[in-house]
Design a protein. Structure first.
Length: 592
């Protein structure tokens, strides 16, 4: 009998495939017993992984100490101590030898044991130690298995398209998906702007988040259906039900193929108004996907994924090389590079992190954290300034996240001037890049007019702006329903900001996820926004929609929406209008 679950629709479309479960940091913890002759080999595998992890931590400690500081590097010395702790190592060896567990299975058991032990302790310091142990186990685990290693069924148990099922998909896990044949993503936790949602949309993969309890109700090998348009998950559907969903899946892919045919057409509205459709990217592969999808450029390059997935601290030269590869691969060699946006739900150990911070999204993060590590911050600014110098026809812009005050803008401008002076003194060529701010804090939205003479452009980060305006954590299922980009408060705020930028003739882009949502796109067009940046997979859809609507109609729709008092009124009205403008595109809009 099929098992139906409801979650948050975060990436449209229908996918049918084989469930592949990622249980926190472990994929399918190995429970099979080793054969007696395999024990010595498994011990050797663990010892090799331990030596490699120790070497990594030692190198990381040295590099962080030289580039960031001794205090920040101390965490890696602590991690090496944990790694060499006899109590830690002896348990692993005991379980491998005496209980014939695999090294990966033993690590999973060890993490469970420590989690249960520390859960009974209220001391914040001891809770922090659990996170240190977890970090060490993650590093060890990475040498023993990949997130989707042999996911194509090397042992004959998995075949065909995969549906990744996880409690929560972490950035490192998402990157490890690589080129695996993933057709859908389902997560227990998360929202429309969680990592899983953003990654799914960037790859055009149907996805549902916030499906409470789903990770415990599905096992690897189950047949699973993901309806990312309606937020529905069906586990082990009946034959007739499965046939119906496969038909919907084919229709979804046929429609995507039809839309992809417009990739070489100019971005124009039905009244011949030129618009700019750019891509949000994390790496070179995304840049190539943006080019393939017909993007006009890259409106947001999230550099934090370089740091999150880099095994070490990327120095200035490494950053320059990576940025240049991204620029070369990007549409029209046009790239807006955002400086490090670490904090909140994204942390790197060598910049320090506080797992007990009461409200990390409103705390020590983004440009605030960068200011506390000036030389580290300077290294990234210098790399961005130099990245486009040897690439003919390139257009590189630099953007700073989470700007809240005029004082912060003046401070980042000072950093840029200082970096330029140093490069000039060293005789190193650099570009006169345009400097902009990401607007995602309500305080900045309120005083935007006083900031516009300090920036060359503004990029609206609607993901954070929405959650800050609505005072609702987008990843908290209890309040995530409040994080609605079409809420009247959000609509009015965006309208004010866009009009202020246009009046001051300061270029403005929206690079949050709502840029790729059909109903939101129409409303933004009516506000006077002409530059949008979104997941590459959404560009053909939005290009098609733009070609079917006039500016006059969108302005009329905006005027009516501004009179509405509730989110549901705005959503229902725009849904009706979208179905009239483009019934096909309406199928690709989520219910979220």
């Amino acid at each position: 009998m099929s098992d139906l679950h409801k979650g948050i629709a975060v990436s449209p479309g229908v996918a049918v495939g084989t469930a592949y479960c990622i249980l926190e940091i472990f994929v399918n913890p190995e429970k099979t017993k080793l054969e007696p002759h395999e024990i010595t080999q498994e011990l050797a595998r663990y010892e090799t992984a331990r030596d490699q992890t120790s070497s990594d931590l030692s190198a990381l400690q040295s590099k962080v100490e030289s580039q960031v500081g001794m205090d920040e590097a101390a965490i890696f010395a602590a991690h090496r101590t944990i790694l060499r702790d006899p109590a830690f190592t002896n348990k692993i060896r005991h379980w491998i030898v005496d209980e014939r567990m695999t090294a990966q299975g033993a690590l999973h058991r060890l993490l469970d044991d420590y989690t249960q032990l520390f859960s009974r302790m209220a001391d914040p310091y001891l809770q922090e130690r659990l996170n240190d142990i977890r970090d060490v186990i993650v590093r060890l685990s990475a040498y023993l298995t990949d997130v989707l290693n042999d996911a194509d069924g090397g042992d004959g148990c998995l075949h065909g398209p995969l549906i990744v099922v996880a409690d929560e998909l972490l950035p490192s896990q998402a990157v490890a998906l690589g080129d695996a044949d993933v057709h859908g993503i389902v997560t227990d936790r998360g929202s429309q702007t969680s990592h899983a949602a953003i990654i799914a949309r960037s790859r055009g993969i149907p996805a549902v988040s916030g499906a409470a309890g789903i990770a415990s109700r599905v096992k690897t090998g189950d047949t699973i259906v993901v309806n990312g348009s309606e937020g529905i998950i069906v586990v082990n559907p009946e034959a007739e039900e499965l046939s119906a969903y496969r038909k919907l899946e084919r229709e979804f892919f046929d429609l995507k193929d039809q839309l992809a045919a417009n990739r070489d057409l100019p971005s124009l509205t039905a009244c011949a108004q030129t618009i700019e459709l750019m891509a949000n990217i994390n790496n070179v592969n995304d840049a190539e996907a943006a080019t393939a999808m017909g993007a006009d450029g890259v409106g947001l390059y999230r550099t934090e994924y370089l740091y999150l997935t880099h095994e070490n601290v990327p120095d200035e030269k490494e950053q320059i090389d990576i940025y240049r590869n991204v620029i070369e691969s990007s549409p029209n060699k046009k790239v807006t590079i955002r400086t490090l946006d670490i904090g909140g739900d994204k942390t790197v150990a060598y910049l320090g992190h506080n797992h007990n911070e009461a409200n990390p999204f409103m705390g020590w993060r983004s440009v605030r954290l960068s200011f506390e590590h000036p030389e580290f911050f300077m290294s990234q600014i210098r790399a961005i300034l130099q990245a486009g110098t040897s690439i003919q026809g390139s257009e590189v812009r630099m953007m700073f996240p989470m700007i809240t005050t005029v004082e912060e803008l003046r401070k980042v401008r000072s950093f840029v001037r200082r970096a330029q002076r140093r490069l000039d003194e060293e005789g190193k060529p650099f570009s006169q890049v345009k400097v902009g701010m990401m607007l995602e804090v309500p305080a900045a939205a309120i005083v935007i007019r006083s900031m516009l003479d300090l920036v060359d452009f503004v990029s609206i980060g609607s993901n954070d702006l929405v959650q800050y305006l609505m005072a609702a954590d987008r990843d908290n299922p209890k309040v995530s329903s409040l994080c609605q980009p079409l809420a009247p408060a959000v609509v009015h705020t965006l309208n004010d900001v866009i009009r202020a930028c246009n009046m001051a003739r300061v270029p403005v882009t929206l690079c949050g996820e709502m840029a790729g949502q059909p109903r939101a796109f129409i409303l933004l067009l009516g506000m006077g926004l002409r530059s949008f940046s979104m997941s590459p997979a959404f560009i053909p859809t939005i290009k098609q929609l733009a070609s079917q609507v006039t500016i006059e109609r969108t302005e009329s729709m905006l005027a009516r929406a501004l009179q509405m008092k509730t989110t549901n009124q705005v959503k229902r009205y725009l849904r009706m209008e979208l179905e009239d403008i483009s019934p096909d595109i309406a199928k690709l809009d989520t219910d979220g």
